[in-house]
Ligand binder design. Structure first.
Ligand SMILES: *Cc1c(COP(=O)(O)O)cnc(C)c1O
Length: 360
């Protein structure tokens, strides 16, 4: 293990990120519009974008004007699309940074034009019911779309990771909506990672992948799986032997049924080791799985290491790779009833990001 002078850290494998992006490209066979919102799903937008630039993506997707501004500060000149609806008063700021807003109502399309305008993408809702114009009401925007034509149009899948036919239904609605537009925009996009994993090549012009790049995906129905990108490591800082009847951590939710060896790792929920993993999750110690026992505390989490080698100073891996052993993102998330997305973005900055550079 490298970086062992630290107490806890998130190791980000930029080579794996790059290979995951290539895999998406090979499947989609259209340019990539990587989603780098929320600090690139918590992994650090600067290093992620520096790595993805090598693949010459079409542009990037973010959630807020501030995130778009960060990309401009990093020197990115490619299109940057802001995927959450902007308030009218945010449009001038987006314009000044040459960001591309996503719009779905006449009032804000007019406001965008009044603020100076520029490329924008039409948000079409095909069942998510979160943002954008409803697919069967696009006709109501005909006049404004004829005067302020969008550069692109897109929709978003609500259940692409389930093989439930919803991708096909939403794509059908998207096509029906596109047929109602005065002109078909130059860029059409719909697919998030789970959709690209399930249909190839892309029927659209850009692939809007996020979580797959960062190591999430590959569940049922997926025809490709990502490599692990993020690993969370913490050092063991205390070891003790307890006997039958002794309890561990707050609330005494775990009781030893015999003599047990308990290791304390230097990471807790303030680092992103979620509290719901207490008594349910595992960590890898010397390549073997040790159960997390008792409630995860703010700064420490306890492991039952009775059956394995463990010394103070060893590394406990709560997510990702330790040598040849791995706790997959999806499995860790499932053990805490979390989504892989919230597990990643829940990794706190108290644990510094350590980057493994891709091979030259
Ligand atoms: C976050 C997001 C994506 C990426 O989804 P993944 O499942 O992470 O690939 C794509 N499109 C929109 C609109 C999003 O908000």
């Amino acid at each position: 293990m490298r970086h062992e002078t630290r107490r806890a850290w998130v190791e980000v494998d930029l080579g794996a990120l790059k290979r995951n992006a290539r895999r998406i490209l090979e499947r989609a066979r259209v340019p990539l519009l990587p989603m780098v919102k929320s600090d690139a799903y918590g992994l650090g937008v600067s290093a992620v974008v520096r790595t993805l630039e090598g693949l010459e993506p079409w542009g990037y997707g973010v959630a807020t004007v501030e995130e778009g501004g960060e990309l401009r500060r990093l020197g990115i000149r490619r299109p940057v699309i802001v995927f959450t609806p902007l308030l009218a008063e945010e449009l001038a700021g987006a314009r000044a940074l040459e960001l591309t807003p996503t719009l779905g109502d006449a009032a804000r399309i007019s406001a965008w034009r009044s603020s100076g305008g520029g490329p924008w993408h039409l948000a079409i809702d095909t069942g998510m019911n979160r943002s954008g114009v409803a697919w069967d009401r696009v006709g109501e925007l005909k006049d404004i779309l004829a005067t302020v034509p969008p550069e692109g149009a897109f929709t978003h899948f609500h259940s692409a990771e389930r093989n439930d036919g919803s991708i096909a239904l939403q794509q059908q609605r998207f096509r029906e909506a596109l047929a109602m537009l005065p002109a078909v925009p130059r860029y059409l996009h719909a697919e998030n990672s789970p959709a690209v994993e399930r249909q190839s090549p892309s029927p659209w012009s850009l692939a809007r992948s996020g979580v797959f790049l960062y190591g999430g995906g590959g569940e049922a129905g997926a025809e490709t799986a990502p490599e692990c990108v993020a690993s969370f490591h913490a050092r063991i800082v205390d070891l003790r032997t307890i006997v039958a009847g002794d309890t561990v951590s707050y609330g005494a939710t775990w009781t030893a049924t015999g003599t047990r060896r308990i290791a304390t790792a230097a990471a807790g929920y303030a680092d992103g080791i979620r509290r719901c993993l207490g008594n349910r999750g595992h960590a890898l110690v010397n390549g073997r799985r040790a159960p997390i026992v008792g409630v995860v505390t703010m700064d420490m989490a306890m492991l039952d290491v009775t059956d394995l080698d463990c010394s103070v100073g060893d590394v406990a891996t709560f997510l990702g790779r330790q040598g040849r052993a791995e706790l997959a993102l999806g499995d860790v998330a499932a053990s805490g009833d979390l989504s892989p997305y919230e597990l990643l973005v829940g990794l706190k900055l108290r644990a510094p990001r350590v980057y493994l550079e891709p091979p030259a």
